[in-house]
Design a protein around this ligand. Structure first.
Ligand SMILES: *Cc1c(COP(=O)(O)O)cnc(C)c1O
Length: 404
């Protein structure tokens, strides 16, 4: 089609990126191409990953790349301002794949003290068992990060806003610390999406996303992605995509491509709804604290204003009586579902007890446990605000709060 989308606005890229008119049918939307194999000129396909994904044919065997994955990767790269993207079967496949690729035994990984549970458990478990040194720092405190660096620190992995507590990380400053030390920075952008923050443009070396969440946006397709410079992404595809085989299916690519078309308007709607709910909670006498990047009460509100073009749709809050509120929730909620995911049309609520997370997931030393408790108390509730009417969401929470 010859559109140069890189110069166009974000919403135009969300709709048109990666997808062009099909020359054989004239279809203006993507077909689902389910073929596992793609024929080439006689004799041109090698039998190693090196040769088949190399330059001779666009596609050979679908594990190594297929048309819907290529469309999705192109759209994602345009949205995040990346040279290239590689999609994976899930977000955690993207994260574990990148870390497996970048880190070698003897290297040190500095990971956020608080993060998506799967990242915390993978890095402290399987990865550490492979001979990679893993330690934690509070990525919102650069002094804590600097103190945790080691001569062999190869990668820093951070999330912003970070799951589940909604602390923020100053990406530009953290990238400078990483690069001054000869390390690279990976940012998990799942909570923000490129509609809100584009970490590569702020100096990060890699961005990872769970496409399962806001990016797909409908709670009907798992997916993940890594984005970065062309050369390391090419290596990631050849070494991890092909040899570990966490390929994203054509159907899921197609669903996520469709979901991404509405990413900008969905993120605006989530922000609008979540801002109303966060203000309602903050004014409620039975709520003790609210952590939402769109409220001036967020301790890093200035950073949110600088780094995020909107506050996204995730809220954490604590209540005066955690137990009674929890009991009330069971009976009072008509709209919110109790579920662990986020970024769907439906609103979700999740209870996060500090004692449980400390024991099972974060395994923090005393100093970082103290930091965690200062921020999150003994426990809090995390909301993923959906696309329902915010008045109905507030009424749902009001019923549970007034019963507590
Ligand atoms: C859900 C999530 C992941 C993992 O993604 P999956 O698609 O569930 O594997 C990674 N990072 C963050 C911040 C998440 O919320």
């Amino acid at each position: 089609m010859g559109r140069d989308l890189a110069d166009m606005g974000f919403s135009t890229i969300a709709v048109h990126g990666g997808v062009s008119l099909d020359p054989s049918t004239g279809a203006i939307g993507p077909h689902i191409a389910t073929s596992t194999n793609f024929a080439a000129a006689y004799g041109s396909i090698g039998f190693s990953a090196e040769a088949t994904v190399a330059d001779e044919v666009p596609f050979a065997y679908a594990r190594e790349g297929h048309p819907n994955a290529a469309q999705l990767e192109q759209k994602l790269a345009l949205l995040d301002g990346a040279e290239a993207a590689v999609v994976f079967a899930t977000g955690i496949a993207a994260i574990s794949g990148l870390m497996t690729q970048v880190l070698s035994p003897g290297d040190h990984l500095l990971v956020s003290d608080v993060s998506y549970a799967g990242t915390a458990e993978f890095t402290r478990g399987l990865l550490a068992g492979m001979g990679i040194e893993v330690s934690v720092a509070d990525m919102s405190d650069l002094d804590d990060v600097r103190a945790a660096l080691r001569p062999n620190t190869r990668l820093i992995h951070a999330e912003t806003p970070c799951n589940p507590v909604l602390k923020l990380v100053d990406i530009r400053a953290l990238a400078r610390v990483a690069h001054d030390h000869g390390a690279e920075l990976c940012v998990d952008g799942t909570f923000a999406t490129p509609a809100v923050t584009r970490p590569l443009l702020l100096g990060a070396d890699y961005v990872v996303h769970s496409l399962t969440k806001y990016m797909g946006g409908h709670g009907d397709a798992l997916g993940g992605a890594v984005l970065g410079r062309a050369e390391p992404m090419d290596r990631l595809r050849r070494e991890v995509g092909v040899h570990l085989g966490g390929t994203l299916s054509a159907f899921n690519c197609w669903l996520i491509l469709r979901g991404l078309e509405t990413l900008p308007i969905r993120m605006a709607a989530y922000a609008r709804g979540a801002t109303q709910v966060a203000r309602f909670l903050e004014d409620h006498p039975k709520v003790r604290s609210v952590r939402y990047p769109g409220l001036p009460s967020h301790p890093q509100y200035a950073l949110a204003q600088r780094q995020m073009s909107g506050p996204s749709g995730m809220i954490a809050f604590t209540v005066a009586d955690h137990e009674r509120f929890g009991d009330g929730l069971k009976d009072q909620l008509r709209i919110f579902h109790f579920a662990a995911s986020l970024g769907l049309s439906r609103s979700l609520i999740l209870e996060a007890r500090t004692e449980d997370l400390r024991r099972t997931t974060f395994k923090l030393d005393e100093a970082h446990l103290r930091r965690y408790r200062e921020w999150a108390g003994d426990g809090f509730y995390r909301l993923s605000i959906g696309l329902e009417d915010p008045d109905d969401l507030c009424a749902d929470l009001e019923r549970a709060l007034s019963a507590s």
